[in-house]
Design a protein around this ligand. Sequence first.
Ligand SMILES: [Zn+2]
Length: 294
Amino acid sequence: MNVESVRADIVEIGRRMYSRGYTASNDGNISVRIAPDRLLMTPKSVCKGFMTPDMMCVTDLTGKKIQGDRDPSSEMLMHLEVYRQRPDVKAVVHAHPPTATGFAVAGIPLDRAVLAEVLTTLGSIPLAEYATPSTAELPDAVRKYIKAHDGMLLANHGALTVGGDLFSAYYKMETIEHFAKISLVARMLGGENLISREEVVRLQGLRGTYGIQAPAPICLDPDVPLGPGQTAQVVVAGGDDATCQTVQAPAGSGSRLVPDLIDARRRGAGDEAEIRLTYRELSALIEDAIRNLR
Ligand SMILES: [Zn+2]
């Protein structure tokens, strides 16, 4: 691997993250595996928009600095944990993109079956538990999901993505933020229609056609029988660590898009409808009812 060009790529990705507003001030960090036990990592306390190739640190997989004038990222422990858990991962990107981080702050994972390209690339984007940044708590929170996911939200903090190379890890960060913006707009407009479970299975089958390596299959509820011709692997998550991805996708009974009934009910539809009344209107209704009783 040409380490000089990796240094330049990290500088470029840092610029893109900063210019897109994914990081403010010195937030965020990037690392790349340049040899089986060597990482090239952004340093502590620098703005990702203004890095130079010489600023990067080389560390081993225990976090020991091998080369570089500066200290490695304050989130190094999280990066090390990812490389330990995922031998296939060659790059890790962490940032605080505002819309995705807004979901992370609101405690809402991006796990609804809404966009085909998200389902085929990332699958589901879970929400890792809150952990104090830069402590050993953060790798613990990330460990639960990293085996089965290439991207996740970090509660009240930001987002993390990984990939087989730096650009693919970074593009997943773009996908998460884009998905978060679309989800937010759809919810403001009254809620999403969800892609049906059957269609999710079909999309998962297309991953091979697109040449997409997904980290794990989508978990299917084993109680729901597969349709004819559907051969998706049924995996049930075991233990503490997720081994498959959970996607919210209702059964479609023939239709590929399904209204989000939970949200629709909350918003008020049909018999479950909510109505709003002023105190004056409510008092008038009660007075009417009492008058009718007399
Ligand atoms: Zn952070």
